[in-house]
Write a protein that binds this ligand. Structure first.
Ligand SMILES: [Zn+2]
Ligand SMILES: [Zn+2]
Length: 338
């Protein structure tokens, strides 16, 4: 059996077209667990295009060794736990309920974009923020970060740039020599988009404080990502249940994998079963952003809100366990690592 497996592995290596799976690797605060602050997930298309979905507070910085090659960084919204107003002190430090973090004044999003010369895929309003922070990291005298030259790029791009799309816009990234690219579409998220104040200038912070105000950067967003093997993943970001889940994301885009953010604020612990079973109807679900220490030694803890929701979901549902790679085929079925 071992010899047969080894022979099959060799065959896959010789004919990469046979290994047409998308690899999904969450990187959170504690290896092998799904913890309260976990959001960041790395996706890898069979053609080699690799991207990070929300740098969040889950990295030690732009050069976190767990990142590897990153061609694109998706940014869903400006809340500190997504744009990354703090960064991990070290994987495994602090508790699973409250990881140890230190300030990241330029945001972990900009740190990764700068370190990897990556494409920031986000709205133009949020891209302007990322441009500023990346320019700060690069220092004066360097060429300012700008929009990418086209909406269809080969990766790696020569210099960090951003996607220049807004709600409904489509951006394509293709690996050198690949016939097909990975398509990113920005979709709505029913949430808010106020920036973490610590990422603003002191003058701006004082102005906002005087009026008890928050500064928003246009609408917050989710993403639909079409991979070259046919997998269509919906990355919800923080969102309430909303009608587009059926019309735009399921009926139009035909998402087969739903990566769903939970947490108390958007109410999905209450509405998630309806959102997934009746509106999205995906082949598989991944849960992240659970805002509780959902696992212990890698196993789901029974008395958690996450466990209660898992029981109500009809499609196979998996936890975004940190540093565990799951593989999905073109139809949204998990074929390895789940
Ligand atoms: Zn949020
Ligand atoms: Zn959040």
């Amino acid at each position: 059996m071992k010899i047969a497996c080894a022979a099959f592995a060799l065959l896959l290596a010789a004919f990469p077209a046979l290994a047409q799976n998308v690899k999904i690797t969450p990187i959170g605060s504690h290896p092998g667990e799904l913890c309260a602050n976990d959001r960041a997930i790395i996706f890898e298309d069979p053609t080699g295009v690799r991207f990070l979905y929300d740098a969040a507070q889950n990295l030690t910085g732009g050069n976190d060794p767990r990142l590897g090659t990153i061609h694109l960084v998706l940014l869903s919204h400006m809340h500190g736990d997504h744009v990354g107003d703090t960064k991990l002190k070290a994987p495994g430090e602090g508790t699973c309920a409250n990881s140890a973090r230190v300030p990241a004044p330029n945001s972990t999003t900009a740190e990764v974009v700068a370190a990897k010369n990556a494409v920031a895929v986000t709205t133009r309003a949020m891209a302007a923020f990322v441009h500023n922070k990346v320019d700060t990291i690069h220092g004066s005298g360097s060429k300012p970060m700008d929009f990418c030259a086209t909406l269809d790029v080969s990766v790696p791009v020569p210099a960090a740039c951003s996607s220049r799309i807004d709600m409904g816009g489509v951006f394509t990234a293709r690996a050198a020599g690949a016939q097909r690219g990975v398509e990113f579409t920005i979709v709505y998220s029913a949430h808010v988009n106020d920036v973490a104040p610590s990422l603003l200038t002191k003058a701006q912070q004082d102005l906002l404080k005087a009026d008890g105000a928050q500064l928003g950067y246009g609408p917050p967003v989710g993403f639909v990502v079409k991979f070259t093997n046919g997998l269509v993943a919906y990355l919800s970001s923080d969102t309430a249940v909303f009608g587009d889940m059926k019309t735009v994301i399921s009926d139009f885009h035909k998402a087969s994998l739903a990566v769903i953010n939970l947490g108390p604020n958007p109410g999905l612990f209450q509405s998630g079963a309806y959102a997934i079973n009746d509106l999205l109807k995906p082949a598989s679900v991944i849960f992240t952003h659970v805002n509780e220490a959902a696992t212990e030694r890698g196993k789901l803890k029974p008395n958690t809100q996450t466990a209660a929701l898992m029981k109500q979901v009809k499609a196979p549902a998996y936890l975004a366990i940190s540093e565990r790679t799951m593989e999905f085929d073109g139809k949204g079925k998990c074929v390895s690592g789940c």
